[in-house]
Design a protein around this ligand. Sequence first.
Ligand SMILES: Cc1cc2nc3c(=O)[nH]c(=O)nc-3n(C[C@H](O)[C@H](O)[C@H](O)COP(=O)(O)O)c2cc1C
Length: 439
Amino acid sequence: AEFPSNLDNVRRYTESYVLALWHNRLYIYTAAAVVVGIWFALNLVLKKKKVVTPVSPWRYQTTETEEKKKYPVKEKVEHVSGLKIFYGSQTGTAKGFAKELAEDIKNLGLISEVIDLKDYDPDDRLSDECTSKAVCVFLLATYTDGKPTETAEWFCKWLEEASTDFRYGKTYLKGLRYTVFGLGDSVYTDHYNTVAKCVDKWLWMLSASRVLTRGEGDNNVAKSRHGSVQADFQAWKGRLLTRLQALARGEKKKCSGQCKNGTCKSKKKKKQQQQQSGAGDVAGDAGKCSSEQKQHSSEEELVESSSDAESSGEEEPGHGSVIDMEDLGNVMNRIKKVKKKEDGEDGQKVKLSKMSNGKTPEEEERREMITPALRDALTKQGYKLIGSHSGVKLCRWTKSMLRGRGGCYKHTFYGIESHRCMEATPSLACANKCVFCWR
Ligand SMILES: Cc1cc2nc3c(=O)[nH]c(=O)nc-3n(C[C@H](O)[C@H](O)[C@H](O)COP(=O)(O)O)c2cc1C
């Protein structure tokens, strides 16, 4: 008999092993199912107990976010990051106040920046303050004839222009939070603290939000509310610091509910604010800034809130004597229709005078395109009126370029030089109300 070879032995063992596995397959399946079941069960238990098992980076992250969802931790929202203290000073008082305020702000744990207005270009930077969490404080002295200090001259000029220039829009500074303190002397009765009042007004006109009513320091010891300009500043500063702390906590001013859009105008509040500001007759003086400001009532002046409600409102149609240029066509069509109708009915030409305050048709033909109100508004904005149909004005970019402050995008992108571009109202009847006129 032949002995089985080694190879046969191996084959035989393997076959019996596989056969054994096959016969016991049921047990193997059951064991596998039990292992998987235990693994799932363990996983479930661990999840329930919120045990974070960093099996993989992904798994770890998921568990963490789930935790956050279940137990939300309030994220700290920053309401006020600090203060930007702008000053316009000649003999140093406002500058001293600015430094003092910065020191107090530091003690509150907030940061501050003291900025001399001569080093600040509002054209480039002021709109950035709308999105920053900083509150802007303006400490401004008034000088002869209600003029600003030399250092604040450009800032004031720019702000005044911007507040009346339609190209900036009424909401140009929406989001900017500010307050103003004026340094003046009530001996100068006609121009007492004019600069502070004007800056306050111009900022307000551009939709910036007052966080605190304007303070006014009076060098006239006999009349000063607190005895001196320093004491006036101290009192106002105290209110500012309290207000800032409230703002930093995210507190908003309570609304009496007697207003639209949360802009309180209740008489009681107004009185309170008037006392707070120590401003005296603020509204009356504000009229000295520009003629347009005379249109604003004292109510607006004293409101310690955003001017959104007032500024966002479009002028009501039919308000005053101004006809919107876009509607001019409709008006003419209506006149023509009436004319036709009356011609047909009576068989004779009916004078248009019925519709045009007793003017003859010839006079009506020559009717001026610019109403007196529009003429006033355009002149105030610096337009030179040509005849009764057009207005021209030197572009502010041209001025900016001459001052070496950079030119406009038409030059940058298209190479159009300022002398070739006359931003104008070629025809005041133009129906296209482009912000930038290309014609
Ligand atoms: C020549 C001169 C003219 C002034 N004219 C006015 C004025 O028209 N209206 C006003 O309210 N204060 C006027 N003042 C007062 C200053 O505004 C006040 O002294 C202020 O505190 C100066 O601030 P400053 O030291 O930061 O420059 C005038 C002061 C001087 C010296």
